[in-house]
Design a protein around this ligand. Structure first.
Ligand code: 4AD
Ligand code: MG
Length: 434
């Protein structure tokens, strides 16, 4: 094969119209019409149709081209053409070599069930839709880093192996840590609070673990959480940052992932207006009232269940902050509302269109005695939280923060049915493989 043509990525194809180029990739689909073969090529950065004809190729290469199968890996060179009207390109192949001729591809165009696809996740990941989802995820990760970097936050990497619970003690993954018991982190929040007096604005971003027994379209046992924590900040200031961050992330997706959104057939009109208007706000009491009117049997002192989140958020075209939850259904570290000690000074952010909770956040209790009492009231052992309590002794300040679940945001922005497609290799109660 000739070595003169420059090797390019399909992401840059529009710069090479009329030129001879070389592309490395995979044949994700193919068809033949007698004297012409059409190969749909994927190179990881984009897609293109390759046209092979008996007249352009040597006799040997034309014969070899008949052996191509779906998912065969290939190097090809040829001339780039642009569709006269559309933003579509094709390459007229002059020469090619196979890296490997693929065995029969097990994922055909047939309607496979989700279990089959998940069992074959290591192969399914190549599907165009799965590619689009992971590309969006990538944009959202970069946008998160960029937002915090632009806003004077310092990234603090919280530990994964921890001696205590950060959230609900019923959802802990226990691991043996030499002679002790340890838990996989549910959130980095408590460690971020420790970093606050040094850095004032901090965040972390990494895998977190919850032994969720529930089989829902929203729950994974391993998921990526970003926690942020701000000193000298009240709940209003906290929500302002959350709203800015989500708008920034949405904007970045609209800027960089139009092709992906098209592949996902995502209605982008909702995403476009999210950037423009303020997020909605409801108190928990107002949400309960609205839900009861919609037919839910939720009680005033209850958390919103998955069905409630679906029901409520279908009524909205932008995210909704739900504030003032009953304190007893929220975590021990949450500060109470100044006007009502039964309510937590907190907010969950719910994504619209039936998606539900994407962020949980609150003001933190900063008083030593009150926090210690809460720890005891919640049935936790103060001696396990001695270092966390210490933070209230040395220059304690009003502070708060929030945490988002990356997969929940990917699921919503991609318009997916289920959170399991939003992460490359999902972990759920029923799935640890591949
Ligand atoms: O609401 P959560 O439990 O809040 C915390 O852990 C706080 N410590 C965060 C903080 O204030 N720094 O979890 C935060 C978010 C949820 O809103 C949700 O998006 C996601 O994490 N999440 C899950 N995502 C997938 N699967 C699960 N099992 C999840 N549990 C929570
Ligand atoms: Mg929550």
């Amino acid at each position: 094969m000739s070595k003169t043509a420059s090797k390019i990525l399909l992401a840059n194809i529009k710069d090479y119209v009329g030129q001879t180029v070389t592309i490395d990739g995979w044949i994700y689909n193919l068809r033949s019409s007698g004297k012409i073969n059409f190969w749909q090529i994927r190179d990881g950065s984009g897609f293109i149709q390759a046209v092979l004809s008996a007249t352009d190729l040597s006799e040997a290469k034309w014969a070899l081209s008949q052996q191509a199968t779906q998912e065969t890996s290939v190097k090809l060179s040829g001339v780039v053409n642009k569709h006269p009207k559309k933003e579509e390109y094709e390459i007229v192949v002059k020469d090619f070599d196979f890296y490997q001729i693929s065995e029969e591809w097990p994922i055909g165009n047939k309607d496979h069930g989700i279990e089959f696809l998940m069992d074959n996740r290591h192969l399914w990941l190549r599907a165009k839709r799965q590619w689009a989802i992971q590309r969006l995820r990538n944009t959202l990760i970069l946008a998160t880093y960029n937002y915090f970097n632009l806003n004077n936050f310092t990234k603090i990497d919280s530990p994964i192996l921890t001696p205590t619970a950060g959230e609900n003690t019923t959802e802990l993954f226990k691991v043996k840590y030499f002679d002790e018991e340890a838990y996989l982190s549910q959130t980095g929040q408590l460690y971020l609070e420790a970093a606050l007096p040094a850095f004032a604005r901090v965040y972390d971003f990494g895998p977190t673990f919850r032994a969720e027994k529930s089989k829902t379209r929203r729950h994974l046992t391993e998921f990526w959480m970003m926690d942020a924590e701000m000193a000298f900040c009240d709940l209003d200031g906290n929500l302002k940052i959350q709203e800015e961050l989500i708008k920034f992330m949405t904007m970045e997706v609209l800027k960089h992932n139009q092709d992906e959104l098209r592949i996902l057939e995502r209605d982008t009109s909702i995403l476009e207006q999210i950037i423009k208007k303020p997020f909605y706000r409801l108190t928990h009491a107002q949400a309960v009232e609205a839900l009861q009117k919609l037919g839910s049997d939720i009680k005033a002192d209850e958390d919103l269940g998955g069905d409630d989140e679906t029901l409520l958020t279908k009524q909205y075209d932008a995210p909704i902050f739900i504030t003032n939850y009953p304190a007893k259904i929220k975590a021990f570290y949450m500060k109470r509302n100044a006007d009502n000690q039964d309510l937590a000074e907190c907010a969950d952010l719910l994504a619209p269109e039936g998606y539900g909770e994407i962020i949980g956040g609150s003001q933190r209790e900063e008083d030593y005695d009150t926090l210690k009492r809460r720890i005891i009231d919640y049935g936790l052992k103060p001696e396990n939280y001695d270092w966390y309590l210490d933070l209230r002794k040395y220059g304690s300040v009003p502070h708060g923060g929030f945490g988002f679940g990356l997969e929940r945001i990917v699921t919503w922005l991609c318009g997916l049915e289920h959170v399991r497609e939003s992460i490359p290799f999902p972990r759920t109660i029923y799935r640890l493989k591949p």
